[in-house]
Design a protein around this ligand. Structure first.
Ligand SMILES: [Zn+2]
Length: 160
C-alpha cells in the first residue's frame, strides 16, 4: 500500500486507543504488514528499489530527488489526513506517532538496502513474506486503496 493508506490506518488505530500509546504504536506498526498483504498497486520509483539484493545509495541524482519528492508528498498527505480525520487537541501526538509507525516499515526497507544486517534483515524477510505478490492494474489499484482508507476511517470514526 502507499504511505498515505498506511498513515490513515495508523491514525485510525490511534483514535481507537489513545490512552494506550505503546499498544497503539505497536498495533499501527503491525498493521503495515497486515494491509500490505491485500492486493494493491504501488507507484513506481525511478531510482529507489527494495528488490532483493538491490543496494540503494544517497548519490544525488534527478531520479533520486524525484523519488524522494513523491515519497515526501505521499507521507505528508497521509500524516495530514490522519491528523485531520482522527486527531483532537489531546490526541494529536499519538495520532501522528501512529501514522508514522504505520509508515515506518517502508523506510526501514530502504534502510535495509543500505545496511543489510539484523534486525533489519529479519524485518525485511517478514515484510517480503507478508507483502502481496499480486499487483492490481492502475485504476482498480488506486480505487481500492481509496475505498479501503475511507472504510477504515469511517469504521474508526463510528467506533470512537
Ligand atoms: Zn510495505
Amino acid at each position: 500500500m502507499i504511505l498515505t493508506t498506511h498513515a490513515i490506518v495508523g491514525g485510525a488505530i490511534a483514535s481507537l486507543m489513545p490512552s494506550h500509546p505503546v499498544l497503539a504504536v505497536g498495533a499501527a506498526f503491525a498493521s503495515h504488514f497486515v494491509i500490505d498483504a491485500i492486493p494493491h498497486r504501488d507507484y513506481p520509483l525511478r531510482s529507489i528499489s527494495i528488490s532483493h539484493g538491490h543496494r540503494n545509495s544517497f548519490a544525488l541524482s534527478k531520479p533520486l530527488l524525484w523519488d524522494l519528492g513523491i515519497i515526501a508528498i505521499d507521507g505528508c498527505a497521509g500524516l495530514a489526513l490522519a491528523l485531520l480525520w482522527f486527531a483532537h487537541s489531546s490526541t494529536a501526538i499519538i495520532v501522528a506517532l501512529c501514522a508514522i509507525a504505520g509508515i515506518a516499515p517502508d523506510p526501514l526497507q530502504f534502510a535495509h538496502s543500505l545496511y543489510p544486517r539484523e534486525p533489519l534483515k529479519t524485518l525485511q524477510k517478514l515484510h517480503r513474506w507478508c507483502h502481496t505478490k499480486r499487483q492490481l492494474e492502475w485504476l482498480p489499484g488506486v480505487l481500492s486503496q481509496i475505498a479501503f482508507a475511507v472504510v477504515v476511517a469511517a469504521i474508526a470514526v463510528a467506533l470512537r
